[in-house]
Design a binder for this molecule. Structure first.
Ligand SMILES: N=c1c2ncn([C@@H]3O[C@H](COP(=O)(O)OP(=O)(O)OP(=O)(O)O)[C@@H](O)[C@H]3O)c2ncn1[C@@H]1O[C@H](COP(=O)(O)O)[C@@H](O)[C@H]1O
Length: 104
């Protein structure tokens, strides 16, 4: 089964140039990259506030909004979760090399 985030990413790609009247992704995309980025920032702030208020349920909801808006922004920039995964793998490789070097 495909990962839920991969499925959501594909849905976002399919909808982004669709009808803004029926699709939130299309509506937000039509408002431009700066608006998408602004929404991402708002969701990040709301996640931070939930954490500061020690509200675990709210943090889960805001995290879902945050990931969703990040996927919309990545799609708008022609990027994907795989690009992010590749960067994380690269970092893991770098830290793995550093750990091996430290162990001798
Ligand atoms: N996962 C989501 C998702 N998460 C959050 N949101 C929307 O994000 C918005 C965030 O709420 P806000 O109050 O911050 O924003 P707003 O008032 O709607 O808009 P602004 O005027 O503030 O910009 C809400 O309208 C939510 O419905 C989402 N909208 C869609 N999806 C999924 O994306 C896919 C495509 O959706 P459509 O494009 O609507 O077909 C489907 O799988 C949906 O389930």
């Amino acid at each position: 089964m495909a990962d839920l985030l991969d499925t959501l990413e594909q849905t976002i790609r399919d909808r982004r140039l669709g009808d803004p009247a029926t699709s939130y992704v299309a509506k937000l995309t039509a408002r431009g990259r700066a608006k998408i980025a602004q929404k991402l920032g708002e969701e990040a702030t709301e996640a931070v506030i939930a954490a500061i208020q020690d509200d675990r349920a709210e943090l889960v909801k805001e995290s879902a909004d945050l990931l969703f808006h990040l996927l919309v922004l990545l799609a708008d920039m022609g990027l994907s979760l795989d690009d992010v995964r590749a960067e994380l793998v690269r970092r893991e490789g770098v830290s793995g090399i550093a750990e091996k070097a430290a162990r001798g």
